[in-house]
Design a protein around this ligand. Structure first.
Ligand SMILES: [Zn+2]
Ligand SMILES: [Zn+2]
Length: 148
């Protein structure tokens, strides 16, 4: 078992494994259509870890350049959605919340891109909601330039 202050996770097949020695900076549930396509799920939850505390224990994700400003990482063996890399958030690694071994230990701060939310998907919590990006982080994304 990892130390209490450490967070570990990986993909479905185990070819990719990572560890963060610091707690997450932030957690977010994204409702944008690109996250939906990338994950195949109604929403994609991402947890941000500081880059300097994060390392790959095994393998590294294959990256897909999904927009001018962002890359999305996945396991080339099993296809698991595993990371998101954004130019404006170079100080961190965003991992898919579901890839964590113990997702109960992390918290989500807000919902973003709710303007693209599936109409029947009901948000039933008191977290802040943003029609586009959260004000908590810088972004290059906008409704028109597809920087998501
Ligand atoms: Zn895998
Ligand atoms: Zn998104």
């Amino acid at each position: 078992m990892p130390d209490e202050s450490e967070y570990e996770g990986g993909c479905l097949c185990g070819a990719l494994r990572y560890r963060s020695t610091a707690p997450p900076l932030r957690g977010v549930i994204c409702h944008c259509s690109m996250c939906r396509k990338h994950s195949g799920a109604p929403v994609l939850a991402l947890v941000h870890f500081p880059l300097q505390s994060f390392r790959w224990l095994k393998g590294e994700p294959t990256r897909y350049q999904s927009s001018q400003f962002a890359q999305r990482g996945f396991c080339s063996a099993c296809g698991s959605t595993i990371t998101m890399h954004e130019e404006v958030l170079r100080d961190r690694v965003q991992v898919a919340l579901g890839s964590l071994d113990d997702p109960d230990r992390v918290r989500v701060d807000d919902h973003v891109w709710t303007q693209e939310k599936i109409s029947w998907f009901e948000i039933d919590d008191e977290l802040p909601r943003f029609r586009q990006s959260s004000t908590a982080v810088p972004t290059k994304a906008s409704a028109s330039d597809d920087g998501r």
